[in-house]
Design a protein around this ligand. Structure first.
Ligand SMILES: Nc1nc2c(ncn2[C@@H]2O[C@H](COP(=O)(O)OP(=O)(O)OP(=O)(O)O)[C@@H](O)[C@H]2O)c(=O)[nH]1
Ligand SMILES: [Mg+2]
Length: 315
């Protein structure tokens, strides 16, 4: 069946929803009075859903205050408070405007296996669907297979792929891609990068160099530097993620593989934890499985009952 974007989101969040909603349901039993025992259990559920310890404590503290102020006396009424507080914890994503001087340049960075190449492919396809001319830069020259993988995505979406010779300098591939984009009047450049080099220091230095090359060729570029993170690594992935914030000024986060994760809470806390808003979520391996992150929809998708999810088109 053809999914709408909401159906796709709700379907992709199936495991996370079953993880969170079921556990919440066993704590927020109908008619149960709001007391310390309940609030402690709520805290455990939020932590186990990967919201992060600090945010979980803070959230329960706020719920405790609101319950004490008379907003909820039994568990049924807590659903609404929890939903509101989850939403309040998420910084509003910003949708950047088109640069005055195209092309817009988007760099995808992150540790290996996170989903950079796949996300580059999905993003290129999305731009192409919107009628924009796209150049894809295969600037992960560390793995030959990465170039082939990206070539497939580019071919499917009709984007132009710029690739270097084997083991070429990633910055030179990016440079060529920017030149090609200029020459051909492309509006978008999407650059895949390596998740791994011989040493970690090299990787970070390489990223910094790519940022410099961008700005030299297209003033103001990269307009977007998106950190791609695998949701299934959860809180553990955050330490590594922070390293990237030092190598390049990040403008957003892409959280991938949410469809494979039973813990969707990471999406709620990540914007605050990294100081960078979550912009896209990956909910599958298909070309349309990259969705804009919209906090309201996301929280609704996490907390929906199975009936509500089914109504959105989940099979
Ligand atoms: N289920 C699911 N799988 C995904 C998603 N995004 C990426 N993948 C899969 O995750 C695996 C790794 O993705 P890649 O795009 O190759 O990751 P990468 O960051 O480019 O990896 P390196 O190039 O090794 O650094 C692939 O098998 C992808 O199909 C997603 O949103 N959902
Ligand atoms: Mg890759």
């Amino acid at each position: 069946m053809a999914f709408g974007r909401l159906g796709r989101l709700f379907s992709g969040l199936g495991r996370a929803r079953r993880g969170l909603r079921e556990k919440l349901g066993s704590v927020l039993r109908p008619g149960r009075p709001v007391d310390e025992g309940l609030l402690e259990e709520l805290e455990e559920v939020l932590i186990s859903a990967d919201l992060g310890v600090e945010l979980s404590l803070e959230l329960v503290e706020r719920v405790r205050g609101r319950a004490a102020a008379g907003e909820a006396s039994d568990a049924d009424q807590l659903w609404g408070l929890v939903r509101a507080e989850l939403l309040a914890a998420i910084p509003e994503p910003i949708s950047p405007s088109d640069p005055a001087d195209p092309p817009r340049v988007t760099l995808l960075v992150g540790v290996n296996g996170g989903g950079k190449t796949t996300t580059a492919g999905k993003l290129a396809a999305r731009h192409a669907r919107e009628g924009r001319r796209v150049v894809v830069a295969a600037a992960d020259t560390f793995r030959a297979a990465a170039v082939e993988q990206l070539a497939l995505w580019a071919e499917r979406s009709g984007a132009r792929l710029v690739r270097g010779a084997d083991a070429a300098d990633p910055s030179s591939v990016l440079f060529e891609a920017l030149q090609a984009a200029r020459r051909e009047g492309a509006q978008e450049v999407v650059a895949d990068t390596a998740g791994r080099l011989h040493t970690h220091g090299n990787l970070m230095a390489e990223l910094a160099k790519m940022v410099r090359v961008c700005d030299r060729e297209v003033p103001g570029a990269p307009h977007e530097t998106l950190l791609v993170l695998d949701a299934t690594t959860g809180q553990n992935g955050l330490a590594q993620a922070r390293e990237f914030t030092r190598a390049a000024p990040l403008t957003g986060v892409v959280l991938t593989k949410l469809d494979g994760s039973a813990k969707g809470g990471i999406a709620v806390g990540i914007g605050r934890e990294l100081g960078v808003p979550l912009r896209y979520v990956g909910v599958g391996e298909g070309v349309e499985d990259l969705l804009d992150f919209r906090p309201e929809e996301f929280v609704a998708g996490l907390l929906a009952s199975e009936e509500e999810a089914a109504a959105e088109g989940e099979p």
